[in-house]
Design a protein around this ligand. Sequence first.
Ligand code: PMP
Length: 294
Amino acid sequence: MSIKVYINGKFYPKEEAKISVFDHGFLYGDGVFEGIRAYDGRVFRLKQHIDRLYSGARAIMLNIPLSKDEMKEVVLETLRQNELKDAYIRLVVSRGIGDLGLDPRKCHEPTIVCIADKIVLYPEKMYEEGLEIITAATRRNVPEGVNPQMKSLNYLNNIMAKIEANQAGVMEAVMLNTQDYVAECTGDNIFIVKDGVLITPPTYAGILIGVTRNAIIELAQKNNIKVEEKLFTRYELYAADECFLTGTAAEVIPVVKVDGRVIGDGRPGPVTKLLLKAFKELVKVDGEEIYPSR
Ligand code: PMP
């Protein structure tokens, strides 16, 4: 069965789901998006995703013509139309169709797209053995420019870092900010564990405040693990006892090597394993029901 894609109020078969070449999302990367996940009939923390989408839209003065509740319903209905209970969902709001100039005032109606498809899982081996990553030469976007807190359609910064990872033959790259502190990976937040304390870069390091990151901080606190949001350097990353990445697609993925340096004993550590397990439990209960039983 071909998937059905939501575009501005209607569902289209995948092959017919098309938008204009004059859409400023395409011409200029002018828009915002979300990557969301559904687990066994529940959309994990949908409210946080929708709030982040609307905050980004507000920052770029993009007026979304739907209420947040209506937008939630777009996501849920896309899942129902596709009869999906476990899925990866891509929600995109672009400035819409304009002319060839970049002036957003020429765009009169935002384009809203929602795609839900089967989730492509990373190989189980990656979670058991952990990833090798590199530090990218590409620095994270400065917050004074396109603020990384905004999930904008402008992902070239991340894509350049990803190319560096590809060139180095590893799966991920971590980006530093312009002050040489660790920021985040191309599509994931980063955590380290040192002497039993869980440490992750703060917002002002220049990061996207990940929905998974928030969940992991809460789960750590519930499990009496001390959490610190503070700046750390690449040196501190090399010297960490454990390291892992978090993101909607990757969930919680251990890192065992950075720039050739073995992290800890080269195996996913106990705190990483505990949080990964707790996260898997959390997603079973914490989410908006696709088919409300009420
Ligand atoms: N940082 C970046 C740059 C991302 O693209 C993502 C994935 N959306 C994340 C962090 C993780 O965020 P989340 O946990 O909300 O998926």
